[in-house]
Design a protein around this ligand. Structure first.
Ligand code: NDP
Length: 228
């Protein structure tokens, strides 16, 4: 039984990841902004100690530190999943600047805040893994210009991943970015390519197989390496 910290398990990909991990017997520490998002199906896992819910907002360092202080056990895998698509107006020539900043705050700074707060628990695991759910839309090799705030936030979080991979290498902690596919969620919409279950299954297969020689890379949910 391994312990997975997954941010944003109230819906979408985070919820599907939590479901698969719980069903296969792993332990999940799941974060929600609002604990009332807890699902009826989770009751037995909570009662049995397999699921622990922590309230935090990735923009709010004090809520993250408080959550981290309340979980004093090793964490084997951190999945930085929580994220937003950003404001309706986010083209270079028509930009909602406040919305751009908020997008960076959540998608780029949020994952690093989580790493900072939970690093002691990650260090106590044998070979911890940090997986940040990024997006192919953040790839610098794509010249597309729609949703620039979102793309920039994901490109920037990929740089954070590379930095973490370098800075945590000596401690044997793996850090990678992952594109989950175009997934049917509130964010991805109903016409997206794949169901959350397919994305979650692929992501977990990928996480299971991650070794230190893969640190600092960018993968998609099928396990294929993709360019930053
Ligand atoms: P959803 O919009 O369905 O869910 C987003 C999750 O992030 C929710 O749990 C939400 O919590 C949480 N969240 C948002 N803001 C914050 C915050 N400030 N603090 C804490 N939690 C927050 O999105 P998906 O499940 O589709 O996306 C999950 C990840 O996958 C994101 O990082 C996204 O960028 C990435 N991704 C998704 C793709 C897709 O096609 N769906 C494609 C590529 C990448 P709450 O319910 O409280 O709002």
């Amino acid at each position: 039984m391994r312990t997975y910290l997954v941010t944003g398990i109230g819906r979408g990909i985070g919820q599907a990841l939590a479901r698969v991990l719980l069903q296969r017997g792993d332990r999940v520490v799941g974060t929600l902004r609002d604990l009332s998002q807890s699902q009826p199906e989770w009751r037995e896992f909570i009662a049995g100690g397999q699921l622990r819910l922590l309230a935090l907002d990735v923009r709010d360092f004090s809520s993250i530190r408080k959550a981290a202080a309340s979980f004093d056990e090793p964490i084997d895998v951190l999945v930085n999943n929580a994220g937003v698509i950003g404001p309706p107006r986010q083209s270079t020539l028509d930009m909602d600047f406040e919305g751009f900043l908020e997008t960076l705050d959540i998608n780029t700074l949020g994952p690093l805040r989580i790493v900072h707060a939970f690093l002691p628990q990650l260090r106590r695991a044998k070979a911890a893994k940090i997986i940040t759910i990024s997006s192919r839309m953040g790839s610098l090799s794509h010249a597309k210009s729609d949703r620039i705030a979102y793309r920039a936030s994901k490109a920037a979080v990929n740089k954070v991943t590379q930095g973490l991979a370098t800075d945590l290498y000596a401690e044997g902690i793996v850090a990678v970015s992952v594109h989950p596919g175009w997934v049917q969620t509130d964010m991805g919409g109903s016409s997206a390519d794949i169901a959350v279950e397919e994305s979650a299954a692929g992501l977990i297969r990928l996480i299971d197989g991650l070794t230190m020689d893969k640190t600092g890379s960018f993968f998609d949910w099928t396990g294929a390496e993709i360019p930053f």
